[in-house]
Design a protein around this ligand. Structure first.
Ligand SMILES: [Zn+2]
Length: 310
């Protein structure tokens, strides 16, 4: 009889011991595992600090396509730096890079940039965004282009829905590779970031592209491979083309006299997509060339330099 009680008591004790033990040990075991996850190797942001309206790079000494990042609420995709990985003495396939943009209107300050890779500890870096003076210009346009008629207002609003949708495109596959080309051979008047006082009134939206001063009819080349996601004749932008280069990188071409591609078409690097003109709200013939990186408006001129690394 005593033996039976003892056996029951021991069994109960064992159950309690295991239950309590696991309660105490389980969270520790979990946090221990998290602490033991290795750090992502060689995470670096270039350049630092970064000017507002420019793009930066996150480098991983060892990474993969399943690594991801985030900066100011915008996704960062990683791709293999094939140029570097093919260099003598390097492990092929190890160095990965991600592009991120500091939007032209981003307030100067320090922002977190997070990087995650499955099986590794998530890492948060601090990125300092500097102010940069882009200037103010004064232009005059006919009053009817500023004080829009109800019809023009409705038209511009309709077109904004289309362009907002195009600019929000984030397709997962990177179509571009190697250095971006200049879309036209011509003198660049990189008025990117400049604010405009239009007929005396300051427009809070800064100029989100670079203007190339070119005669009407100059061929416009796609700077990199991509897919045309929108084309049309718009009130402000005139004849316009939007190209998706993948992973949130979008380029656009405004005020064209001719559009030579249609929506959905794949275009190769260097392919002529249109001709320069002076359509839409302009003061003279020029090409407006814009680049958005996951919604961040960045200066296409320094961005081109960044792409020469790959
Ligand atoms: Zn422009």
């Amino acid at each position: 009889m005593l033996k039976k009680y003892l056996a029951d008591f021991l069994a109960l004790f064992l159950v309690l011991f295991l239950a309590l033990g696991s309660l105490f040990l389980w969270p520790n075991a979990l946090s221990l595992a998290a602490n033991e996850a290795p750090a992502i190797e060689g995470v670096r942001v270039v350049p630092s600090p970064l000017d507002r309206g420019t793009a930066g790079l996150v480098e991983l000494a060892k990474g993969g396509a399943d690594c991801a990042g985030e900066f100011t609420g915008r996704l960062i995709f990683f791709f293999e730096d094939q140029k570097e990985n093919r260099a003598p003495g390097r492990d092929p396939g190890t160095r990965w890079v991600g592009l991120f943009g500091a939007d032209i209107t981003l307030k100067p300050g320090t922002y977190p940039l997070t990087v995650t890779c499955p099986g590794f500890k998530a890492q948060t870096l601090k990125v300092t965004v500097r102010d940069k003076s882009y200037g103010v210009r004064n232009i005059k346009v006919p009053a009817k282009q500023v004080d829009l008629s109800p019809e023009d207002q409705a038209r511009a609003a309709q077109e904004k829905v289309l362009t907002d949708k195009a600019l929000a495109t984030v397709s997962p596959v990177r179509l571009w590779s190697g250095a971006f080309l200049e879309p036209v051979n011509g003198s660049v008047n990189s008025s990117f970031g400049r604010q405009t006082r239009l007929n005396g009134i300051l427009n809070p939206r800064p100029h989100a592209g670079a203007d190339f001063l070119t005669p009407i009819g100059t061929p416009v080349k796609a700077p990199a491979k991509g897919q045309v996601i929108l084309e049309g004749d718009h009130f402000f932008s005139g004849k316009a083309i939007y190209i998706d280069h993948g992973q949130g990188l979008i380029s656009m071409y405004f005020h064209l006299s001719e559009i030579l591609v249609s929506s959905g078409a794949m275009v190769d690097k260097g392919q002529v997509i249109g001709k320069t003109g002076q359509t839409g709200r302009v003061t003279g013939p020029h090409l407006h060339y814009g680049v958005y990186l996951n919604g961040a408006r960045i200066d296409p001129i320094p961005f081109r330099k960044l792409t020469t690394q790959f």
